[in-house]
Design a protein around this ligand. Sequence first.
Ligand code: PEP
Ligand code: MN
Length: 351
Amino acid sequence: MILVMKNGATQEEIDSASNQIKTWGHDVSISKGEYQTVIGIIGDKQDLAGKALHTLAGVDKVLEVSAPYKKASREFRPEDSVVDVNGVKVGGGHKSIIAGPCSVDTYDNLILIAKAVKEAGATMLRGGAFKPRTSPYSFQGKGEEGLQMLAEARKETGLPIVTELMSEQDIDLVYQYTDVVQIGARNMQNFALLKEIGKLGKPVILKNGIASTVKEHLMSVEYVMSGGLNDVIIALRGTRTYETAMRNTLDVSLIPYMQKLTHLPIIVDPSHAAGKREFVSALGYAGMAIGADGAIIEVHPCPSCALSDGDQALLPEDFTYFMNKVNRLEAWDQKEWSREVGSMQNSKLNG
Ligand code: PEP
Ligand code: MN
């Protein structure tokens, strides 16, 4: 349920409505738009039956969230959410580029990559220590040793780290090291894992599944949020379709489409979409141009030596080229982008 407050409702009215809802045992999420404040009520609507929500002072409308994903939906929270990772913000006009190797291999490579991507303007460092591989005989990741290397790279560069969590049994270990937990395509519907990480405090990047729909992806986001965590970043890495030209098919139009449905930041992963180095920059650029809140990109100084996904790794100098292009784009993109989302919010609230 959501309460749309009257245009010009006072802070006292907002506080008083929120406090009343809390005394009924529900948490609230307050979203202050330019014109109206929306109070999202967390919990089962049955428990609110018989409560005279519309009589609370300052309330204009009481609405049900029509989307099946509640906390993730823009109805629940019209304002953009900003995920803050140790001071690095993603969403709400803050763009963040995450870069690094597919998998962590050697310390020297990792430090070299971390320094190069930082220099180029990346704001977070990625690197897998637990790798989901199609073959059990392929390199599976360095495990804790890889996590330790990532922590060293964070110390050297100050970049927050992003690494994949594959199973519930690794939660304690991965959470000891990482700043952001990545859930990959293969685990998008590992509901037990999603529920567990939703109870923990670290921001999560949730990629879409191998062949998932937008709705399934957002329902998985809702699984994470239902545990209490609000800091979820959605990543689009393409899906398997009839087309086999690229590793996956990336529909960049889903970026503005999903921004209408959810308040959460949406980033693009052109590396796993393209699968080939030569297309990664262009796809990433397309994603940023259409309004993504960031990108996650694989970079390696020696792609042929990389232990996974070498074919799609950008060389550090290619990554610098990509960043320079994106930085020029952002100068105008941010204004366009916020205007569009703003007008969408207003039409939703007033309509
Ligand atoms: C990765 O980020 O290296 C990865 C395995 O990605 P995905 O889950 O998108 O395949
Ligand atoms: Mn990879």
